[in-house]
Design a protein around this ligand. Sequence first.
Ligand SMILES: *[C@@H]1O[C@H](CO)[C@@H](O)[C@H](O)[C@H]1NC(C)=O
Ligand SMILES: *[C@@H]1O[C@H](CO)[C@@H](O)[C@H](O)[C@H]1NC(C)=O
Ligand SMILES: *[C@@H]1O[C@H](CO)[C@@H](O)[C@H](O)[C@H]1NC(C)=O
Ligand SMILES: *[C@@H]1O[C@H](CO)[C@@H](O)[C@H](O)[C@H]1NC(C)=O
Ligand SMILES: *[C@@H]1O[C@H](CO)[C@@H](O)[C@H](O)[C@H]1NC(C)=O
Ligand SMILES: *[C@@H]1O[C@H](CO)[C@@H](O)[C@H](O)[C@H]1NC(C)=O
Length: 488
Amino acid sequence: MSLRTTKWCTLLLAAATAATAKWIVPGARWYDTEGGLVNAHAGCVTVDRESGKFFLFGEYKVEGQVEGGGISVYSSEDLATWEHHGMALEPIKGHQYISPEHIIQRPKVVYSEGTGKYHMWWHADNSTYGWLLQGFAQADNITGPYSFVDATRPLGNWSQDFGLFTDYKDGKSYALYSNGDRKEARDVYITSYNDDITALDKVVHRFDKYDLEAPTILQTDKSYFALMSHKTGYRPNNVVAFRADSLSGPWSQPFIVAPLNTRTYNSQSGYSLRINGTKKTTYLYLGDQWDSNSLWESRYIWLPISIDEEKKSLKVEWHDIYDLDIKTGEVTPITGTSYSSTLARTSGTTYHQEASFTSSGTIATSIAGNHSTLTFHNITGAGKPQYITLYYQNTDDMGFGDQPGGTPDRIGGTWQLRRIASVVVNGERGKAVSVYQRDTHKGIVLSATVKVELREGAGNTVEVGGLWNGFDVKAADVERLVVYPPQE
Ligand SMILES: *[C@@H]1O[C@H](CO)[C@@H](O)[C@H](O)[C@H]1NC(C)=O
Ligand SMILES: *[C@@H]1O[C@H](CO)[C@@H](O)[C@H](O)[C@H]1NC(C)=O
Ligand SMILES: *[C@@H]1O[C@H](CO)[C@@H](O)[C@H](O)[C@H]1NC(C)=O
Ligand SMILES: *[C@@H]1O[C@H](CO)[C@@H](O)[C@H](O)[C@H]1NC(C)=O
Ligand SMILES: *[C@@H]1O[C@H](CO)[C@@H](O)[C@H](O)[C@H]1NC(C)=O
Ligand SMILES: *[C@@H]1O[C@H](CO)[C@@H](O)[C@H](O)[C@H]1NC(C)=O
């Protein structure tokens, strides 16, 4: 459900940002080196054993298509600049398991010393999730093409959301999988592979009846942390982690890994990465920000994780923009200039409303269409493309009238995952940039980042209005604007 305006803006932005990126901008649109959207969802990042390069594998989704797009692959040296290598696993029409109507989800790729090949494993299913299998394909080269080997039931049982973990201490690999929604299931398994990673060996641990999914494990010198999400479809929720000294347990109670009510910054777990830098070992959370209104527009929420071994806890830490030095492992948050909405002018119905939860005590609300807007004046720009971030509150609480079972937040509300703001720089409405403002909670302020072009020096205006999002023309409430320096 994407609008003409939105699509048009996307193209425009693509042209402006095809240049290489080194900063990681969670939730922004990510473009590859050819200007295409990075299209690899719910996948993994595998380090090539020879080149040390990172390879991103994930579900390939195009507009209007839900499942069966196959698995795409990208490479990068800095986890920010991505080169597309096409499809790693192409669906095959009429194939028993990887036909375009089938589910080919959550791919993971690992190198097998035994076979000398790269092995891809994924959640293989039919469109109604009736098979609950694990798919297996192999390739000589990391980028593929991967050839289908088999799709099997894990040790004769069921498998849904799929993850894979390799222990850096002994090189052993493990499959992680939730086993589906039926009453007898609702568990998450850690099951070891055989040495060649061609078949499963034995169950190492079962997280019994927590009814979680999207598992990933990260390993520190002392601990294993298993991260998983609750089951709320494409809507985000509070991701939790368990800790243990050993994969077989005992595992701790689950605990929430991000500030409450941010729904893990509107993301779902799926993968994690350990960067063994020369100065610091850095752990990254590689989450998905699903967009169920238009799945192909889903975003990536990649963030550093801080771990406190003493307290046996872990936190995913938000940054609008950060620089990750792959060699040293250091994360440097980028700082920008903040402009409070209290100083911005309103038009139409837009007004400054009392809001005890913001630092200024107000928030600009009732922003809609091009008639009720909020305009920040005298914004200093750099004269080249640069990121700006809107700190916003979206109070819709994701009521969902289109699915049975109600919602934790609201019963029978209108299903609205996000509002869309329109950002107009210096009055040039024809060049408006859309900002997707995902649901927050009432009283929760989150941020959304886009790239714009401001004139050099002070005196720019940034006007925030609303765009039709399939339901409404209202934009979310705006607390402040942050302008980041351009990337050198
Ligand atoms: C999926 O597989 C299950 C189990 O074999 C079957 O009951 C169901 O009808 C299948 N769904 C479709 C769409 O073929
Ligand atoms: C595999 O990679 C090597 C080296 O990068 C290349 O020479 C070769 O053509 C590739 N093979 C295939 C089948 O793509
Ligand atoms: C299959 O999975 C169910 C649910 O986790 C479990 O109770 C059962 O023991 C498993 N069966 C086998 C043979 O492992
Ligand atoms: C981490 O990197 C250091 C060198 O930078 C190396 O000595 C060490 O073996 C690495 N550890 C792991 C677990 O990869
Ligand atoms: C404002 O939006 C309406 C459609 O909602 C459009 O007809 C009108 O031209 C727009 N005005 C400006 C100044 O962009
Ligand atoms: C505009 O911004 C500049 C630089 O921040 C500042 O020196 C100037 O006083 C501002 N002007 C107004 C009218 O706010």
